[in-house]
Design a protein around this ligand. Structure first.
Ligand code: PLP
Length: 397
């Protein structure tokens, strides 16, 4: 491919843009992972990352993508043949369910419609039936990246408690951590799965398990084979800031800076910035007259918006045109949504102009591809972002 002038717009829902201070930290010389400088770095990041999960409990950091942390959550807490209750929110819940089955877990899947989130009442009803407590864990995805739907995790916790059921609660926060409020301790989550490449603004390559005391106790009895993922090996040596194998030294250097940046902005401000970008995007999409994949406004995702195209129009063709002509990457539709939707990522290191820039690229793409829409969606987003809700702005919407 020949050189394309100007900055590429990476508007997929992760990996996200890595800010310069994080890139600079990653570019520092690699250090001895068994030396004192690393020990200090390890202690700092292992301690500071807890604030991002809103937990006082240990967080394990793996040199792996999010899929590794999914597997780790399962193999550390469960035994062959154990039952797990999962909810089909979309592509990523489906993948986690497949992994559980491959590991020899009996993974039950409550059917969903890929347009709304986890139904806590369905979880409660299923657990209430399970008088013998054969279900050992409930595993759900907080922010379903394939659909742009955020589920209410506090409600899932209440469902488990209402059913008086001892199942562990495992939650995937790969596309919500550092973008959408998540509270590991307050919401009584036992294992939270996270990844580096989205709200944490790092390249891919680190993933996390935040673990409760109850999860750790369960891990001592869990019989699924594990070696690389074993929590106890990690926790023993993490105390001194070290790892049982070679960690991703440079990514951890970046993580230290990313955590500092999130706190400098303030986590609540970070979440508000994501909410704002998401609202601007939805106003734009509605103005175009296109359909948002998430059908329940209470579950709209603040980190991405999945947009449906009218029948007979190809979302993949639209994305390809936008990439070639305007140098912007958008997320593709996954599984049954392939070619039906495109996904706009609005998470990580970005500001209002990047949001309107991305939406401008989409609106131009809609024109180029002859996809029916009402022009002026970007103006609706601009009106919202500039706080101009006067008559002219309303007329434009
Ligand atoms: N879970 C969610 C919600 C995701 O969005 C992703 C990836 O995008 C994964 C899990 C899998 O993570 P990875 O691709 O880093 O292995």
């Amino acid at each position: 491919m020949s050189y394309q002038a100007g900055r590429h717009f990476l508007q997929i829902p992760g990996p996200t843009n890595t800010p310069l201070p994080v890139l600079a930290a990653i570019a520092k010389p690699t250090i001895d992972h068994r030396g004192p400088e690393f020990g200090q770095l390890g202690r700092e990041v292992l301690s500071d990352i807890r604030s991002i999960f809103k937990t006082a409990q240990p967080v394990i950091i793996y040199p792996a993508s999010g899929t590794g942390a999914w597997e780790a959550a399962l193999v550390n807490t469960l035994s062959p043949g154990d039952k797990v209750l999962m909810f089909e929110t979309g592509w990523f819940s489906t993948l986690w369910n497949k992994i559980a089955k491959r590991l020899g877990i009996e993974a039950e899947f409550i059917e969903g419609d890929w347009r709304s989130g986890v139904r806590a009442d369905a979880i409660e009803a299923r657990l209430a039936e399970d008088k013998a407590h054969t279900i050992k864990a409930v595993a759900v995805v907080h922010n379903e990246t394939s659909t742009g739907v955020t589920s209410n995790i506090a409600a899932v916790r209440r469902a488990i408690d209402n059913a008086g059921h001892p199942a562990l609660l495992l939650v995937d926060t790969i596309s919500s951590l550092g973008s959408i409020d998540f509270r590991h301790d307050e919401w009584g989550v036992d294992v939270t799965v996270g990844g580096s490449q989205k709200g944490l603004m790092l390249p891919p390559g680190l993933s996390f398990n935040a673990i409760s005391e109850k999860a750790r106790a369960a891990s001592k009895k869990a019989k699924l084979p594990r070696s690389f993922w074993d929590w106890e090996d990690m926790l023993a040596i993490n105390e001194k800031g070290f790892f049982p194998y070679t960690p991703s030294t440079n990514l951890l250097q970046g993580l230290k800076v990313a955590i500092r940046m999130l706190h400098e902005e303030g986590l609540e401000n970070v979440f508000a910035r994501h909410d704002r970008a998401a609202e601007a995007t939805r106003r734009c999409v509605r103005h175009w007259g296109l359909d948002i994949q998430c059908q329940n406004p209470a579950e709209y995702s603040s980190s991405l918006t999945a947009v449906r195209l009218p029948d007979g129009h190809s979302a993949d063709n639209l994305r390809a045109e936008i990439l070639t002509r305007f140098n912007m990457s958008l997320g593709n539709g996954l599984g049954p949504l392939a070619d039906r939707v495109f996904r706009v990522g609005h998470l990580g290191d970005f500001h209002d102009l990047m949001v309107t820039g991305a939406l401008t690229g989409v609106e131009m793409g809609l024109r180029v591809c002859g996809i029916p829409h009402r022009s002026g969606g970007v103006e609706a987003a601009m009106n919202y972002l500039s706080g101009n809700a006067g008559p002219a702005a309303q007329a434009a919407e």
